[in-house]
Design a protein around this ligand. Structure first.
Ligand code: SAM
Length: 221
């Protein structure tokens, strides 16, 4: 087994089950045009997020890390007429590119892009006593994943699903001596996930067109 077969099978699945329409293809192209990194979720992962959103009847979704809005569009497309996704992005340039892509997708009414640091904006949401979220997707900077998750719990209700991307990092999480702050961040987070009594959780390894990684999935008790 190697990366080549994982990539080919990823294409096989996405052609059948997660074909990208023009809006999603243009969103991926917009990253190159704006010289932004190609670090969106894959098409199959976008579809996976959609399936999870439908499984938990998500009406209110919170996303940390918008980038160009690729995962936001997949998620927003799973929402009912009166559904909403709040997506937080630190970089105003990324948020502007995302806004244009979300506009092209005809989803501006369902997407609330908030520009700022994820932790600050989550705190604002908490203080404003906004309704809890049904699904929370954590895909921003990795070092504070533990703090993001703990704050996400305070914005949840029993049954809320919390998904955290990139928690395996090509297996580097096995290296207890890693000095990479992203690896250390997800190692801390994975330990918290294992010991947290308020959720039932697991981690799925992810392979495909992108590097080998993993997504944590937790359901709030
Ligand atoms: N979810 C996106 C997708 O799949 O299309 C990809 C998100 S990308 C992996 C991470 C994003 O998080 C980047 O756009 C980055 O600017 C943003 N980010 C980094 N640190 C952040 C922070 N402290 N608060 C909010 N966003 C942050």
């Amino acid at each position: 087994m190697d990366q080549e077969i994982f990539g080919k099978v990823d294409h096989y699945i996405s052609q059948m089950l997660a074909p990208e329409d023009e809006v999603l293809q243009e969103t991926i192209k917009s990253l190159d045009t704006a010289e932004m990194p190609q670090i969106s979720v894959t098409a199959n992962q976008g579809k996976f997020l959609q399936v999870i959103a439908l499984m938990c009847n998500a009406k209110r979704v919170l996303e940390l890390g918008t980038l160009a809005g690729y995962s936001t569009i997949w998620l927003a497309r799973s929402l009912p007429e009166d559904g909403k996704i709040v997506t937080i992005e630190f970089d105003p340039r990324h948020a502007n590119v995302a806004k244009q892509n979300i506009k092209n997708a005809g989803l501006l009414d369902k997407v609330d892009i908030r520009v700022g640091k994820a932790m600050d904006i989550m705190l604002e949401i908490k203080e404003a006593k906004e309704e809890p979220f049904d699904l929370i997707f954590i895909d921003a900077d990795k070092p504070p994943y533990t703090e993001y998750f703990e704050m996400a719990l305070s914005l949840s209700h029993p049954g809320t699903v919390i998904i955290c991307d990139n928690v395996i990092r090509e297996g580097k999480v096995l290296d207890e001596n890693s000095t990479d702050d992203r690896v250390i961040g997800v190692q801390r987070f994975n330990k918290l996930l294992a010991s947290n009594k308020n959720v039932t959780a697991t981690i799925l390894q992810t392979v495909g067109v992108k590097e080998y990684d993993g997504m944590a999935i937790a359901v709030v008790k």
